[in-house]
Design a protein around this ligand. Structure first.
Ligand SMILES: Cc1ncc(COP(=O)(O)O)c(C=O)c1O
Length: 289
């Protein structure tokens, strides 16, 4: 495996970052997770845009233009001769001293890993995922915008631990007001009486690239997606529920906090979203080769 690090490719064992890098010392940096299917990168421009927006929001200057970043990402996939897989693109604040002052980090570091990812076993895509609500709340906008895809994922990691301890596949995160925000690494959707719902970004969700693709698919299916503030009650009483994320793709949810959702099986509209999503990933994207 070859890894891109600050303009050069290294073997896996040689791709190293300093222990003084503030990405490691403070979680100071931003990242993206991006999938590619059959030789094409899905929604590449959207991921690159989000990366630069996240960096801007935390006053992090990425030492490459978006065009250079795009080319480096494509070259990382090419050099590893992959057609299908997952890219992790990380920008750290770079090397500084032991204080947290980012102004003492003269240059950000960029690394890109192209590999594979499997988040859930196949049977969960067929039978649905069990989700529990986590006590850990989503970070409020006033602390750190949940829109920033930062290296500081401890909030989500703690919620994921809770979900795992409860034997669930994912953890539902509420915001400080008790409204549904998202799951630890995925956005959430429900379907009730043929209407599709997802919490607004302002409720504390990441503006997921896969979430956005659902709006495109909904238009194809002739259904509308509304974005009201949602509570757990709305999920307990939904006919169908599914999660979206680059790594998870589109996965049905059949249980929340021991309440069976709908019939307890992946619902018919959910299955249509999944089918259309696979069509979209197979037929669109930036050509790698
Ligand atoms: C907290 C969080 N929410 C939602 C998502 C889904 O976003 P996307 O579809 O862009 O991968 C992710 C994954 O990137 C995430 O980390």
């Amino acid at each position: 495996m070859k890894i891109f690090l600050d303009g050069q490719f290294y073997d896996k064992q040689d791709a190293k970052i300093s222990v003084f890098d503030h990405g490691l010392l403070y979680g100071d940096g931003v990242f993206e997770g991006i999938r590619f299917y059959n030789g094409r990168v899905f929604r590449l421009e959207e991921h690159i845009d989000r990366l630069y927006d996240s960096a801007k929001a935390i006053c992090l200057t990425i030492p490459m233009t978006p065009a250079e970043m795009t080319e480096a990402l494509l070259e990382t996939i090419r050099i590893n001769e992959l057609k299908d897989g997952y890219v992790r693109l990380v920008v750290t604040r770079g090397v500084g001293d032991l204080g947290l002052n980012p102004l003492l980090c003269p240059k950000a570091s960029v690394f890109i890993i192209a590999a594979k990812i499997t988040l859930y076993p196949e049977e969960m895509y067929k039978n649905g995922l069990t989700v529990v609500t986590c006590a850990t709340r989503r970070i409020p906008h006033g602390a750190l915008s949940p829109m920033v895809k930062s290296l500081n994922y401890l909030n989500n990691v703690l919620a994921k631990i809770e979900a795992q301890q409860a034997g669930a596949g994912e953890g539902l995160m509420l915001n400080e007001q008790g409204y549904v925000a998202e799951c630890t690494g995925d956005n959430i959707f429900t379907i009730k009486n043929g209407q599709v719902y997802t919490p607004p970004i302002s409720a504390g969700a990441l503006a997921g690239v896969t979430r956005e693709a659902m709006f495109h698919i909904a238009a194809q299916l002739g259904v509308t997606i509304s974005e009201p503030n949602m509570t757990r009650y709305d999920i307990y009483t939904a006919d169908e529920c599914f999660l979206t994320g680059t790594a998870a793709e589109v996965i049905p949810v059949t249980k929340l906090d021991t309440r069976v959702i709908g019939t307890g099986k992946p619902g018919p509209l959910t299955l249509q979203f999944i089918e259309k999503f696979h069509e979209l990933t197979a037929n669109s994207g930036t050509a790698i080769y």
